[in-house]
Write a protein that binds this ligand. Structure first.
Ligand code: SF4
Ligand code: SF4
Length: 359
């Protein structure tokens, strides 16, 4: 099946560096204090931004490692803005203070994200393997709030912090985040070492049901990330709501409301590694093509990659995902399938749903 032209990315993450002062247990990038010799230069990232902007004016997520470890970061942000790209950043927070928050806003960063993996210092610092990491994020959030920039909180959910989920959601709200992003662990990078922290299918099903309830009560946005089965549960819950003829479903959202999506990796979302490799996402460490080697031709790699077109072809999925009527809504996590079974087209190992075939 040929891929559709609506696969242009809406969000592209750029892994600017693998340097980081933290040493998180679940780090996808296996980041650390030492830089890599093959990390792309400012000039190379600039050319990559040029080729992306020529293809699609999407949102660029500057990530790492810690993107603020790059001294040239502000020039890169300004360059992206000049090209008409919307620049946001995922940061660990330790380099954020009043001065850097102001500088980021002035350079053109539109929003930031911080990670918080516990409702308090004990759990969060243990995840980050850095004493004081929790206080760092709290202070960074305050600095960002003071300069009037939006930020979201990301939380990787594992067996260790599962019980703290409601408190973390509350904390995100108290800190002033506009959105809380619970993320379901993918055991890749250093996360491989904590693969036993991956939720059981039953725990995962309960978690997603709880998040569905939390979403209706939360005064801030709640977006489940990399838990694609949430999109299926959401639609099932909407379908169960009572309807009166001629009126929208009870509790129906305003027209602008967008229902959650399943896995967007390789379609609306993409990732560019610190070496310039294009990937579906940072958790599926397989290259669709290298942007430096391709002469900085993002469109050629994104549209022409056999690997990406295979991921986009839902009819090639196997196991439970291959038989599932919800494959278009959910799609399963390709990275978890690959990490656990070695086949990125296989079934998502934490999915508890037993497909009954085509509806
Ligand atoms: S494969 Fe999809 S669901 Fe899984 S980590 Fe990547 S983007 Fe997220
Ligand atoms: S079987 Fe696959 S596509 Fe269906 S709900 Fe589970 S993970 Fe999603």
């Amino acid at each position: 099946m040929k891929h559709e032209s609506n696969n242009k990315p809406r969000l592209l993450a750029m892994e600017l560096t693998r340097r980081c002062r933290f040493n998180c247990r679940h780090c996808r990038a296996d980041a650390g204090g030492v830089g890599r010799a093959d990390e792309l230069s400012m000039d190379q990232w600039t050319r990559i931004l040029d080729s992306i902007a020529a293809y699609e004016k999407c949102v660029i997520i500057l990530t790492g490692g810690e993107p603020l470890e790059r001294e040239d970061i502000y020039d890169l942000i300004r360059h992206g803005r000049r090209l008409g790209l919307r620049m946001v950043m995922a940061t660990c927070g330790y380099a954020i203070d009043d001065q850097s928050a102001t500088a980021l806003r002035e350079a053109g960063i539109m929003a930031l994200s911080f990670s918080l993996d516990g409702a308090g210092a004990r759990t969060h610092d243990a995840f980050r393997r850095t004493p004081g990491a929790f206080d760092t994020v709290v202070k960074a959030a305050e600095a960002v709030r003071q300069v009037g920039m939006r930020f979201q909180i990301n939380t990787t959910i594992t067996r260790t912090n599962l019980a703290e989920v409601p408190q973390i959601a509350e904390l995100a709200q108290r800190l002033g985040a506009y959105c809380w992003n619970p993320f379901v662990l993918v055991p890749t990078g250093r996360g491989e070492e904590i693969a036993d922290e991956l939720l059981e299918p039953r725990q995962y099903a309960e978690l997603l049901a709880d998040l569905l309830t939390l979403k209706t009560q939360s005064p801030i946005e709640l977006r489940v990330t990399c838990g694609p089965q949430y999109a299926r549960l959401y639609r099932e819950a909407e379908a169960r709501k009572p309807r009166t003829e001629g009126t929208p479903a009870a509790g129906a959202r305003p027209a602008a409301f967008v229902a959650p999506n399943g896995c967007m990796g390789g379609r609306g979302f993409g990732f560019i590694s610190y070496r310039g490799d294009v990937q579906t996402c940072g958790f599926l460490d397989l290259s669709a093509g290298n942007l430096v080697e391709s002469g900085y031709d993002f469109a050629k790699v994104w549209d022409g990659s056999t690997f990406l077109n295979e991921i986009r072809d839902l009819s090639s999925y196997k196991d439970n995902c291959g038989r599932c009527a919800y494959v278009r809504v959910c799609g399963g996590c390709r990275a978890r399938a690959y990490a656990v079974t070695g086949d990125y087209l296989g079934g998502d190992p934490i999915c508890w749903y037993e497909p009954r075939g085509t509806p």
